[in-house]
Each structure stands twice: as structure tokens, then as C-alpha cells.
Design a protein around this ligand. Structure first.
Ligand SMILES: Nc1ncnc2c1ncn2[C@@H]1O[C@H](COP(=O)(O)OP(=O)(O)O)[C@@H](O)[C@H]1O
Ligand SMILES: C[C@@](O)(CCOP(=O)(O)O)CC(=O)O
Ligand SMILES: [Mg+2]
Length: 328
């Protein structure tokens, strides 16, 4: 059996706009998904996912479009639940040229699902890394990130950036613009996360922004403006100017909100953080529900969030210096 882990992330800047070629700066955090993969003697896939919102389940099936697991859940729920892991295993089969190989896969994760902290990318990166190693192939980080990106691209119906998967594979703070992915020097940022207990559907939210962008010139301008915020943010990051970073995060949140991807609970957490004296706050990831990220070196934001109606959990997140980790 091979076991790998990979971290989740927050977006300091640039989600959604990154899908259209603008730069984005995500930052890996110490919340990880661990995936164990063991080769079977038949061609079936057995997936044990403790932390899925289906209350944890075990299924056994051969994988691929024509063989669905026999469990009592709607097709859409099942697709949402299984899509990333299914597609990650296809990448393992493809990269190792072992189309018929079966696996027992076990997933454990401390990253909330669908909440903007990149659980899908972490699961894809860890699964592909463990799966390929189980078959005797160790991928370079760039190829691992690329294979995990293909997983997200497929599951999100062709609409995904390389940001989440590159960040999860390499760790640290990164900058992604189209195919250009690189690591950034980042100061130790005082990151606080607020979680509303909910989730958003990444594919749907991305499609919604695309429709707005196609329909209105000003929505396309809003996407471009996010790119400008990110470029300023990169400079602030290089200068270690946390106050300026915060101001730019506030601006970024306003633009995301204009694109329709915020929600009442995300907005209340953002305002609670600002009122508590955070340098800045914004939603992170696809939006619709899930998490916000704020910068505050004091305890005020975490405390304020823990009393904010609609906030289920608030925690400080350390930067994850290491991306994929090979545990067994
Ligand atoms: N612990 C887990 N076990 C199995 N699959 C997971 C797990 N965590 C995430 N996933 C997969 O990732 C999907 C959520 O990804 P996504 O909607 O992109 O949100 P995010 O990446 O922001 O968490 C889940 O529906 C599931 O397919
Ligand atoms: C909205 C988007 O920019 C980020 C999605 O992040 P998450 O899956 O919500 O963590 C989509 C993408 O970059 O693929
Ligand atoms: Mg995701």
C-alpha cells in the first residue's frame, strides 16, 4: 500500500478570474487529505471515504462511465461525491499504462468538502501520487500537478485552472497564470479561516461566472479587474505589506460578490472579520458557501467569527510549506 497526503489552500487572490487566464495567488494551508492506495488482484475499485457528506461509505465497482456503485444515493450526489477520485484513478491507469488494474482506496481528510479550501485538488493530488507509487512510478511534482489538473478539468466540465492542483502538489504560496505555474516567496501570513458549515458546487459557480462574462461587458471587465488586483497583490506580498494585502483582499471580495459567487453567510463572516479589525477578508475558492479567509495577527477575528451567526468554525491556518507528502 502507498499513502500520500496533500494540503488544502486558501486563495489570497484571483479565484474565478484565473479560469480566464488572469493570474491567481493561492497559498497552501496545514489541513490535509490522506489517500491510501493498494493494488487488488481484480480490476475493481473499492473506495472508502470516511469524510464524505454521504456520512462515509464504502463502494465497490470497476470504475468508468458504465459501472456505477450500487448504493442508495441519487446520481448527481454520487457523481459529486465520486467524480474526483474516479477521475484521479483514471489518471493513474493512464500514466502507468495499466488500464485494467484495480485498487482499494482509502481517503481521510481534514479539509471540509466543497468549502473553497481545495479538498478536490488535495484528494486528486494525493490519490494520483499514491496510486502511481503503488504501481512503482514516482511522478515529478510538475507532472503530478498536471495530472491532478486534468482530473479537475474533467470533473468541472472543462472549466478549471491549474491553481488549486499546483498549489496542493508543491505547497507554499504560488502564482498561476494560464499554464505558467511558479512558487512565490511569502512572509508568514496571519491567516484566519471562517467556515459557514456549507458548500458550493464549483462546476456550477464557474459556469455562472462564465455566463455573466459572456453576457455583459462589465462582467468581463470585472474579471479583468480581479487580474489587476492580483498583480497589485503580488507586489504587496513581495514587500511583506500585510495592510496593503488586506485592502486588496477586501477589493477582491467586492468584485467576486459582483460576479454573484458570494452568499449571505460569507458576507457576514467577511464583515465580522473586518469589524474585528482584520487587515482584510474575502471569500476563498468557488464561493456560494463555505469559507472566508482573513488576515489578522491578533485573536480578535477568530473570536468575532466564533460569535457570528452562520459561522460554524473559525481557525487559524498555518502556511503548509510542503505539498505532497509520501507517508508510506
Ligand atoms: N474526504 C474526501 N473523500 C472523498 N472525496 C472527497 C473528499 N474531499 C473532497 N472530495 C471530492 O471533492 C469534491 C469537492 O470539491 P469542490 O467542489 O471542488 O470543493 P473544494 O475543492 O473547494 O473543497 C467532493 O464532492 C468529492 O468528490
Ligand atoms: C473557482 C476556481 O477558480 C477555484 C475553485 O476552488 P475550490 O474548488 O472551491 O477550492 C476554479 C478553478 O480555478 O478551477
Ligand atoms: Mg475544488
Amino acid at each position: 500500500m502507498a499513502v500520500s497526503s496533500a494540503p488544502g489552500k486558501v486563495y489570497l487572490f484571483g479565484e474565478h478570474a484565473v479560469v480566464y487566464g488572469e493570474p491567481a495567488v493561492p497559498c497552501a494551508i496545514e489541513r490535509r487529505a490522506r489517500v491510501g492506495v493498494e493494488q487488488r488482484s481484480d480490476n475493481k475499485l473499492r473506495i472508502h471515504a470516511e469524510d464524505l457528506s454521504l456520512d462515509g461509505f464504502t463502494v465497490e465497482y470497476a470504475g468508468g462511465a458504465n459501472d456505477r456503485p450500487d448504493i442508495d444515493a441519487s446520481e448527481s450526489l454520487l457523481n459529486a461525491a465520486m467524480g474526483y477520485i474516479d477521475s484521479a484513478i483514471e489518471q493513474v491507469r493512464d500514466v502507468t499504462d495499466e488500464g485494467d488494474v484495480g485498487f482499494d482506496v482509502t481517503i481521510e481528510s481534514d479539509i471540509p468538502l466543497g468549502a473553497g479550501l481545495g479538498s478536490s485538488a488535495a484528494v486528486a493530488v494525493a490519490a494520483i501520487d499514491a496510486g502511481t507509487r503503488e504501481l512503482g512510478t514516482t511522478l515529478e511534482t510538475d507532472e503530478l500537478a498536471d495530472r491532478a489538473y486534468r482530473t479537475e478539468h474533467e470533473v468541472q466540465s472543462g472549466q478549471a485552472s491549474r491553481a488549486d492542483t499546483f498549489c496542493s502538489a508543491t505547497g507554499g504560496a504560488v502564482r498561476v497564470e494560464g499554464e505558467d505555474c511558479r512558487s512565490l516567496e511569502a512572509p508568514d501570513l496571519p491567516i484566519v479561516v471562517g467556515f459557514d458549515g456549507g458548500a458550493g458546487d464549483t462546476g456550477k459557480l464557474v459556469a455562472g461566472v462564465r455566463e455573466l462574462r459572456d453576457e455583459y461587458g462589465f462582467a468581463a471587465d470585472t474579471v479583468d479587474a480581479i487580474g489587476d488586483v492580483v498583480r497589485n497583490g503580488e507586489q504587496a506580498l513581495a514587500d511583506g505589506d500585510v495592510e496593503e494585502l488586506g485592502r486588496l483582499m477586501d477589493f477582491n471580495h467586492g468584485l467576486l460578490s459582483a460576479l454573484g459567487v458570494s452568499s449571505r453567510s460569507l458576507d457576514s463572516m467577511v464583515w465580522a472579520a473586518r469589524d474585528a479589525g482584520a487587515h482584510g477578508a474575502k471569500l476563498t475558492g468557488a464561493g456560494g458557501g463555505g469559507c472566508i479567509v482573513a488576515l489578522d495577527p491578533t485573536d480578535e477575528t477568530e473570536t468575532a467569527l466564533s460569535y457570528t451567526p452562520g459561522c460554524e468554525d473559525a481557525f487559524r491556518a498555518a502556511l503548509a510549506e510542503t505539498g505532497v507528502e509520501r507517508l508510506e
